[in-house]
Design a protein around this ligand. Structure first.
Ligand SMILES: Cc1cc2nc3c(=O)[nH]c(=O)nc-3n(C[C@H](O)[C@H](O)[C@H](O)COP(=O)(O)OP(=O)(O)OC[C@H]3O[C@@H](n4cnc5c(N)ncnc54)[C@H](O)[C@@H]3O)c2cc1C
Length: 395
């Protein structure tokens, strides 16, 4: 296997850097840090305008002729500039899910709007009493025949509806049949955040991200907003979760840890006058981080390859998510150790090494083993489906 970048990708990276230099405004990263909302709509509009969102999608659903390699390189370029596109990542997960399970009408209605940047979709799965056990959702959707057009009335509460503060829609998992076994009474809906009866409240997290609790009080949606069959939401969730654990994910911040650390260590000195970069323990730890980052790149490539062949890399997605989140926690912990006392200076503090990115990453990494499938759940998936070990929890 040859893990070096192709000439094409190297050229895309150069073009992507030029694109980002021309378009990315430094104040956007500051604004993301200030607001805790990991989605910048001005940037999103530019990515849509230049066909970057539509790269790799079929033309009949609004896809553009932009090379997906260039689009990937642009997202890779944004992360080190402190810009996250979580809203795009979740939108992409839902768009892929619609392309798998949606009707032709829904694909024609939603996908072009997504790729034009007009729809940003947040995920409304978790509730106060259901996270890992997401199939226990209590939010209800009840069919109403007397509305015009006929539709559904949604009532309930969702937790951690990230980027809902800028989203146009929430992909809501709702119970449509209380009498059926829990996995057989669920249905998914695309709920516009402009709907009467929709409300949100911010939740501040340790990593600086501000996510949301969202509330649904008699929110009416037409039947055309139902994605997948009635009471057949679980198979839809299975597709959506595969995309959440990797395929649909946006560019990763983690590749910057070894680079940031090495850049800092080159110019840093210990109080006894020795150069940090001469410390073999520091070099070994940075080296280990770089190896993990390379492994992650391979896990990513494996998933993209499977997805490119039209497969759903369920186990591979869990492997990638587990490795990414647990290695990120190790990396940032090592990074803070190496930086010493100055390592705890936050991004806006004077003298914070590498603009405080490693400190902020340390806090943000804490929750990565929780969202998008907690580590224990992912281990169970790998144990059961890859290693053939017996199931250890009730259905
Ligand atoms: C920053 C952040 C952003 C998020 N964004 C979103 C979002 O946009 N949309 C959304 O719907 N949700 C979102 N979530 C919610 C996230 O998906 C849930 O927090 C996650 O699924 C875990 O659920 P929980 O918090 O209820 O914890 P629990 O499910 O109660 O888990 C608590 C602990 O118990 C363990 N555990 C649970 N079940 C088992 C089991 N069967 N076997 C072994 N161990 C088990 C877990 O691994 C964990 O360690 C977000 C969460 C965070 C922190």
């Amino acid at each position: 296997m040859d893990f070096s970048e192709s000439d094409d990708l190297a050229a895309h990276r150069e073009a992507a850097r030029a694109w980002a230099d021309a378009h990315v405004r430094p104040e956007w990263a500051a604004e993301q840090r200030r607001s805790g909302c990991h989605q910048t709509m001005d940037l999103h509009a530019l990515l849509a305008r230049d066909g970057i969102l539509g790269a790799g999608w079929p033309a009949e659903y609004g896809g553009s002729s932009v090379d997906p390699g260039f689009a990937r390189a642009v997202f890779d370029e944004l992360a080190p500039r402190g810009l996250l596109s979580d809203g795009w990542a979740t939108t992409l997960m839902v768009a892929h899910t619609i392309s798998h399970v949606g009707t032709e009408e829904q694909k024609c209605a939603y996908l072009p709007a997504v790729l034009r940047g007009e729809m940003v979709i947040a995920l409304g799965y978790s509730e106060p009493d259901s996270g890992s056990d997401v199939a226990s959702a209590k939010t209800t959707a009840v069919r109403v025949a007397d509305s015009a057009p006929a539709g559904w009335v949604i009532n309930g509460q969702k937790m951690f509806t990230s980027t809902a503060q800028v989203a146009s829609h929430v992909f809501v998992l709702a119970r449509t049949n209380a009498d059926a076994p829990k996995h057989k009474g669920l249905t998914l809906f695309l709920v516009p955040t402009a709907s009467p009866g929709f409300e949100l409240r911010p939740i501040h997290t340790l990593g600086g991200q501000v996510t949301n609790a969202t509330f649904y009080s008699d929110v009416l949606v037409p039947d055309s907003a139902r994605i997948g069959g009635v009471d057949a939401g679980w198979p839809v969730m299975k597709v959506a979760l595969v995309y959440e654990r990797g395929v649909g994910g946006a560019a990763s911040l983690e590749q910057t840890v070894s680079r940031d650390l090495a850049a800092w260590a080159r110019g840093a000195w210990r109080p006894d006058g020795s150069a940090v970069f001469d410390d073999p323990l520091v070099l070994e730890r940075i080296g280990r981080i770089a190896v993990d980052e390379a492994v992650l790149g391979v896990l990513d490539a494996q998933m993209r390859w499977l997805a490119g062949k039209g497969q759903l890399p369920q186990v591979e997605g869990s492997m990638r998510k587990l490795f990414w989140s647990e290695s990120a926690q190790r990396h940032y912990s090592d990074a803070l150790d190496i930086l010493g006392a100055v390592g705890v200076l936050a991004p806006d503090a004077l003298g914070a090494p590498v603009a405080g990115r490693l400190e902020q990453g340390f806090r943000a990494a804490v929750v990565t083993t929780v969202y998008g499938g907690a580590s224990e759940i992912l281990r169970e998936i790998i144990a059961e489906r890859r290693l053939g070990l017996p199931r250890n929890r009730p259905r």
